[in-house]
Design a protein around this ligand. Structure first.
Ligand SMILES: Cc1cc2nc3c(=O)[nH]c(=O)nc-3n(C[C@H](O)[C@H](O)[C@H](O)COP(=O)(O)O)c2cc1C
Length: 275
């Protein structure tokens, strides 16, 4: 039996969570957990065995699992291996992301035995529009480890079996926040319909010192080697380039940041189901 963990994680929060879960499993079982980062790699062709355990984490984009994750995982074969899916979201909502992720992994031949939703700092969080800043924090990491220990206890007794990911539902936000955000989204969609704007991270050339971090960290190679251009068709707005830039030269003026910050400030907690 092998225990593996994967993440696609442009701004690092999904990777932190899956490593925390892996640490809990590893310490409880005194076994190695092999970690693989899919942010810049494709897992194509990876084959598992029915006695393997795979923990896979990825961010929520627009209430679904980030579409690029499915490209990164395309072609992997579970062959009945047991899988735990982990969606990491920015304290707004994970909506159908967990069920979407579970059914994708199931379609790749995995038996989905656990599902979780954890909170990570929102990709659009900035100092003037904080959205779950600093998360996963100490409490989240303790929870991740605790979830890993629960997984380990199931492995130890040979009890992992198929679970319905739909048992995991979003923590409710205050009704007023939901209405405010919904109204914001409707207004945004109307403005976009009338006058479409392609929002992507911009560069302030006066601050850029050509260190190349943004180019190196971009998971979709959307940034030109000279760092000057970003290809809107390739950019997934993950904000890896913004968060990595030591000069603050990369900025993303997300139209959503203010509305998210104003309406989703109440802390949400990790949730999981396991069978
Ligand atoms: C394009 C995009 C869409 C997002 N959609 C959601 C969402 O629907 N709900 C939510 O709570 N967070 C959303 N987020 C925030 C991310 O899920 C969150 O920041 C996550 O921790 C990022 O994971 P990473 O650090 O592994 O990249 C979105 C982020 C991006 C870039």
């Amino acid at each position: 039996m092998g225990i593996y963990s994967f993440s696609f994680s442009p701004t690092g929060t999904s990777a932190k969570i899956v490593r925390g879960i892996g640490e809990g499993v590893s310490q409880a079982l005194d076994a190695d957990v092999n970690f693989c980062d899919l942010t810049h790699h494709i897992a194509e062709g990876a084959e598992f065995r029915s006695d393997d355990i795979v923990i896979v984490a990825a961010p929520v984009y627009g209430g679904k699992i980030a579409p690029i994750v499915k490209q990164r995982l395309k072609g992997i074969s579970g062959n009945g291996a047991k899988c735990i899916v982990v969606a990491v979201y920015g304290n707004r909502a994970f909506e159908s992301a967990v069920t979407d992720f579970a059914s994708f992994m199931s379609g790749c031949g995995f038996l989905v035995c656990g599902a979780a939703a954890f909170v990570g700092e929102h990709s659009y969080s900035a100092s003037d529009t904080p959205i779950a800043p600093g998360r996963p924090d100490r409490q989240d990491m303790a929870d991740a480890k605790a979830f890993g220990e629960v997984i380990a206890s199931r492995i130890r007794i040979g009890g992992l079996c198929e679970v319905s990911a739909s048992l995991l539902t979003d923590e409710a936000s205050p009704a007023e926040s939901m209405v405010n955000f919904r109204n914001f989204v409707i207004g945004y969609q109307q403005r976009q319909a009338a006058n479409p704007i392609a929002y992507i991270p911009e560069i302030d050339a006066s601050l850029c010192d050509d260190c190349g971090c943004c180019y190196a960290v971009c998971p979709t190679e959307a940034i030109s080697p000279d760092r000057r251009e970003a290809d809107a068709a390739k950019c997934i707005k993950c904000c890896a380039c913004v968060k990595i830039c030591p000069q603050g030269a990369r900025v993303f003026h997300s139209p959503f940041a203010k509305a998210l910050s104003e309406n989703f400030g109440l802390r949400k907690s990790p949730k999981w189901v396991i069978c």
